[in-house]
Design a protein around this ligand. Sequence first.
Ligand code: NDP
Ligand code: 2IT
Length: 451
Amino acid sequence: MAVSDHVDLPTFMEGVKKRNPYQPEFVQAVQEVAEDIFDFMADKEQYHAQQILRRIAEPDRVVSFRVCWEDDAGNIRVQRGWRVQNNNAIGPYKGGIRFHPSVTESVLKFLAFEQTFKNALTGLPMGGGKGGSNFNPKGKSVREIMRFCQSFMTELYRHIGADVDVPAGDIGVGGREIGYMFGQYKRITNQFTGVLTGKGLEWGGSLIRTEATGYGAVYFLANMLATKGEDLVGKTAVISGSGNVATHAAEKIVQLGGKVLTLSDSGGYIHDPDGIDQAKIDWVKDLKNVRRGRIEEYVAAFPKASFVKGKTPWGVPCDVALPCATQNELLGEDAKMLVANGCKAVAEGANMPTDLDGVHTFKAAKILYAPGKASNAGGVAVSGLEMSQNSERRSWKEEELQQMLKDIMLGIHQSCLEYGDQGGGYTDYVKGANIAGFKKVADAMLAFGVV
Ligand code: NDP
Ligand code: 2IT
């Protein structure tokens, strides 16, 4: 083996930056993982020699395509669509589809890279992928959404398949959009297969997939607290976002005896000092999923709450925090504020919501801090269970699935303890998750040789 293959972390990152110009989110995600993996690889020559991390940080392929659609006024609109197939060493590519104007190749590459480690952590046979478009669903009619989804799938269908690549939802893509995309896939291919997850219960979907990400994040949070002999009873929680992940995280916090103080969207956050109980969460779900409204409308319905425009909720004192909106929504300064206000635990529902400064702040403060790839893996885990049910052509019972979700989150927590134990009662969950996820994918890649 040539000595020159054994690069150090700064040299490795120089190369990543050079090969991925103008892709800051992707570089950030690789940096966060590489910081831990280089430590882990220090005495493991085979991973260096076989350039394993270098290979995982180069997607298997990035498919980019044009998506044309016609709006209600008859104008022709042109969007860009992508599918990033990052790595299929341990199973078919698997990961969501995001529709949001902020979507770029960099964002989808970071998400597909993160997904590779997350999916490995679940223990299920799934590789990592992600897709999406810079299409903005806000303000579009139902017919416009349908035409866009159909056009998107008219290109995507040739790149996916039940044993090839299985997309699901993400920001801006929920049950409605999965329905339109599945319908178009079925029409084009004349096949009814488990090619997407997050499907409706009448047509191959799994119970608890909708709830799984938010519930799973709170199970993970409870597992972390349990290592300190604590639980969620009476604890105050600050949550960002008001979509699928945020509302279900809020629901599980309430079920476990906690008090949710905030929710947010891209317009700002609401603070309800009385707590956002189940009835209020149901109201928010209806606002977001049916009426397609804005979180600021909450204060008209619940006047004791206040709306803070254009801000994130991290300044509200709390015991636990769950960022559940989007990447880089919790910055170094926010992390310092949370720690100073006595926050004990942070579980990420979103993908990479904390920037590198924030990650380093939480680590230095030694609070309980779970990265998204560990704590938000419940969604893709139940997607994996949906794939199994589709292959078996049957549906499992809700109690069975609830138990499997809990077991999977506990398993991920144990993997983090195994690889992240720093002694003195402190677990570095970021390190634990990165190493456990990497090891599984890396060892599969070693078996395959140079491919
Ligand atoms: P939704 O579309 O249901 O909700 C997204 C929420 O985040 C909305 O409240 C939205 O506000 C807010 N948001 C989105 N973009 C921004 C932004 N740029 N700035 C501020 N707020 C923003 O998506 P999900 O709940 O499904 O996804 C939330 C996060 O969780 C994402 O990071 C996603 O990748 C991650 N995730 C999702 C999983 C799933 O199963 N759905 C699984 C694992 C992770 P607005 O309405 O104003 O856009
Ligand atoms: O980020 C994620 O894990 C998801 N959006 C869910 C992916 C999936 O395939 O269920």
